[in-house]
Design a protein around this ligand. Sequence first.
Ligand code: ZN
Length: 393
Amino acid sequence: MRRTSIIAILGSAALIPLLILAPACGKGSRDAAAPPAAGVKAPEAPPAAAARHEADPRPVLGVKIYEASPPFDGLFRLWRELSINTLFVSEALLANGDFRAQARTNGLALFLIYPVFQGPEALKADPGLAAITASGEPARDEWVEFVCPTKGDEFLEHRIEHLRSLVAEGRPDVVSLDFIRYFVFWEKVAPDRAPKSLPQTCFCPLCMRLFQNEFGVEIPADLAGTAGKAKWILEAHADEWAEWKCLRIARTVERLSAAARQADPGVKVNLHLVPWRKGDFGGAVRSVAGQDAALLAPLADYLSPMAYHHMVRQTPAWVHDVVEDLSAQAGGVPVLPSIQVVEAYITEPLAAAEFEAALEQALRPPSKGVVLWSWDALSKSPEKQAVWKRLVH
Ligand SMILES: [Zn+2]
């Protein structure tokens, strides 16, 4: 009903690309339920590895790894011992031919982690690209610095072209879009956080103009300044504002996915999602982050909530709650929870027993696997490696 009403409101070309592209990109045309097919199209992949993965019913057992130094033999031997079958890697690692070849030889799927709107370097070069908060300030919270999703279109075009070239050269099995959302430092949002204290963006003049045009909204002429206009939008048109944000993110997913698939029609798409259930913080996953699971699922092959329970002061059982909530909205698209291995942002240690409990929860159906953040943390803990072996073997 919500989307129907938006189509009626828009009555324009604004939503058309989304509706046209969705079936072509969706699970109907792709085998979304299958595990990642490592090496299917990579020339260096042995046919046996490809065949093994196509038929492999095992869950995704993945780790996020951002950097590694050659030689890689020891790493791959360890991953074999740990039954790890999927690597979420940085652009730098994907670019390493030796690393890639060993992943293929060992039958490991490669997900390229690709940040979208987090852009500290771009913002250093051009601070004018920053997303703008409801008080009129650039959207920045410690290391989290976001580019405006519309004003930064040139930046986004550059990111899209760059992704196209990375897929053409590195041939990842999956592009894993990260920071594909609006600004919020969710890692520090505890359960008792007041929804209204969460940041709202982007109130730059271009975003406000496009929002008004697309939704037939008119900000009263007597309102001057960003803060007054933002307050009025959030009070008078909160639902439309949330819908506008979710559509911007969905359109961006479409553009990035289309470019990746131009480079390789077989490449799949995963989305990193803020780990908020639909009703958490008054629906902030849509209204603050701009991530609407029902809208995004048809555009993706996997959805991966960053269910880092310890940093957001939740229990291990919450990991399963997040997976269930997301699966209920995902229309059959596989949900791959990512969990944290070690404490971050808060000082209380994440004990091995608590890691074990979270891992158990992450592997419960309807989850299609688990992704550890990060390999670096697991590699430093023999105790947690033992937990992992016990639960995944
Ligand atoms: Zn903006």
